[in-house]
Design a protein around this ligand. Structure first.
Ligand SMILES: NC(=O)c1ccc[n+]([C@@H]2O[C@H](COP(=O)([O-])OP(=O)(O)OC[C@H]3O[C@@H](n4cnc5c(N)ncnc54)[C@H](OP(=O)(O)O)[C@@H]3O)[C@@H](O)[C@H]2O)c1
Length: 293
C-alpha cells in the first residue's frame, strides 16, 4: 500500500511513521514541506504522491493559544482537513483523520458516544468539530478517529510535564475535576496501522463500507490527579523525584484562556465492533510507555 502521512513530527505522527512503515511505501511530510495553513497547496502534494491512503496527523493543538488565533486554528483544523478529504476522494485514496474529545462540553458525566451532541467550549474544540464536518461532507472513504488526552514521552505532554514538575517541587497540585481517557500515541498509531492492514488489498472499498466517525482512546477514564499519581508510581527514575506530596486542586485554581470540558472520556465500543480492535486500559498502556526495559 502506498501511504502519505502528514504531520510526521508530532506525537502521533512520529509513532505513525514507524507503525505504518511495514504496510508498504510510506511518504511522510511535516511543516514546512507542507503547510496546512495554505489549503490551496495541499492537493498538489497529494496528487504528486498518489497515495492509496492519506493519513493526517497534523493539527493546531495549542488549545490556549487558539483563543487568540482562531483564524489560523480554523484554517489548519477545519479548512485543510476538508480540502485533504476532497483531494483523497478525487484520486481514490482513503482518508484517515483524528479529532478530539474537546468537541464535547463535558456535562454528560459518563463516557461519551459518537452520537452524543457536541458542544465545544473552546476555539480549538470548535475548529476540530468544523474539521469533522468538513471531512464528512467532502470525503468518501474516510475515517475520523476522535481521541482524548494524547501523550508521548518524546514531545511536551502531560506525562513529561508531571515528571518534570516532580523533579523540581516538593508538593504538586493537580486537578481532580477534569476526567478523560489518557491515550498513548503509540497505541493509537498501531491501531491505525492494523486497521489499514486489515483492509488491504481492497482498502478503498473496505473503508468506504465502514466510513464515519469513531471514538478511539485508552480504555477507561481518569482524573488528571489519578493520572499524575500513576505517572509518579511508574516513574523509571523515582530517585530523581523531590515531590513528596500530590495535592488535589480544581480547574478554577489554574485559570487558562481556553475552557476545557470537565468530563470527556470516550466510549470506544463502536470502533471495536467495526474493526475488532481496542486500546488497552489506560493504566496498562502507561505502564508499557514508561517501562524502562
Ligand atoms: N494532544 C492531545 O492531547 C490530543 C487530544 C485529543 C485529540 N488530539 C488530536 O490528535 C491528533 C494528533 O495530535 P498530536 O498530539 O500528535 O499533535 P502534535 O504533537 O501537536 O502534532 C501536530 C503536528 O502538526 C504539525 N503542524 C502544525 N501546524 C501545521 C501546519 N500549518 N502545517 C503542517 N503541519 C502542521 C505540527 O508541526 P510543528 O511541530 O512544526 O508545529 C506537528 O508535527 C490531532 O488531530 C489532535 O487534534 C490530540
Amino acid at each position: 500500500m502506498r501511504i502519505l502521512l502528514l504531520g510526521k513530527n508530532g506525537q502521533l505522527g512520529w509513532e505513525l511513521r514507524r507503525a505504518l512503515a511495514p504496510l508498504g511505501e510510506l511518504e511522510a511530510l511535516d511543516y514546512p514541506e507542507i503547510d496546512l495553513a495554505k489549503p490551496e497547496d495541499l492537493c498538489r502534494a497529494v496528487r504528486q504522491s498518489q497515495p492509496q491512503a492519506l493519513v493526517n496527523a497534523t493539527a493546531y493543538t495549542q488549545v490556549d493559544r487558539a483563543e487568540s488565533e482562531p483564524d489560523l486554528a480554523m484554517q489548519i483544523n477545519a479548512a485543510a482537513p476538508g480540502e485533504l478529504a476532497r483531494c483523497a476522494s478525487a484520486i481514490g485514496a482513503v482518508f484517515i483523520h483524528y479529532s478530539t474529545d474537546y468537541v464535547f462540553d463535558g456535562r454528560a458525566g459518563r463516557l461519551y458516544h459518537e452520537d452524543d451532541p457536541p458542544n465545544p467550549l473552546s476555539v480549538y474544540g470548535r475548529s476540530k468539530l468544523a474539521g469533522e464536518q468538513a471531512v464528512a461532507s467532502a470525503g468518501s472513504a474516510y475515517l475520523i478517529l476522535r481521541t482524548s488526552w494524547v501523550y508521548s514521552l518524546r514531545r511536551d505532554s502531560f506525562v513529561k510535564k508531571v515528571l518534570g514538575w516532580s523533579r523540581q517541587n516538593p508538593t504538586m497540585r493537580v486537578v481532580t475535576d477534569q476526567t478523560g481517557s489518557p491515550t498513548w500515541a503509540r497505541m493509537l498509531a498501531e491501531a491505525t496501522a492494523m486497521l489499514l492492514a486489515r483492509g488491504a488489498p481492497h482498502i478503498f472499498d473496505w473503508i468506504y463500507e465502514r466510513r464515519g466517525l469513531y471514538h478511539l482512546a485508552g480504555s477507561g477514564a481518569a482524573s488528571r490527579l489519578e493520572w499524575a499519581r500513576e505517572i509518579l508510581k511508574l516513574d523509571p527514575d523515582p530517585a530523581a523525584q523531590v515531590c513528596r506530596e500530590l495535592l488535589p486542586a480544581v480547574t478554577s485554581d489554574f485559570p487558562t484562556p481556553a475552557v476545557r470540558p470537565l468530563y470527556s472520556a470516550l466510549d470506544c465500543s463502536r470502533f471495536e465492533a467495526a474493526f475488532g480492535l481496542r486500546l488497552p486500559p489506560w493504566q496498562e498502556a502507561l505502564r508499557l510507555a514508561m517501562d524502562p526495559d
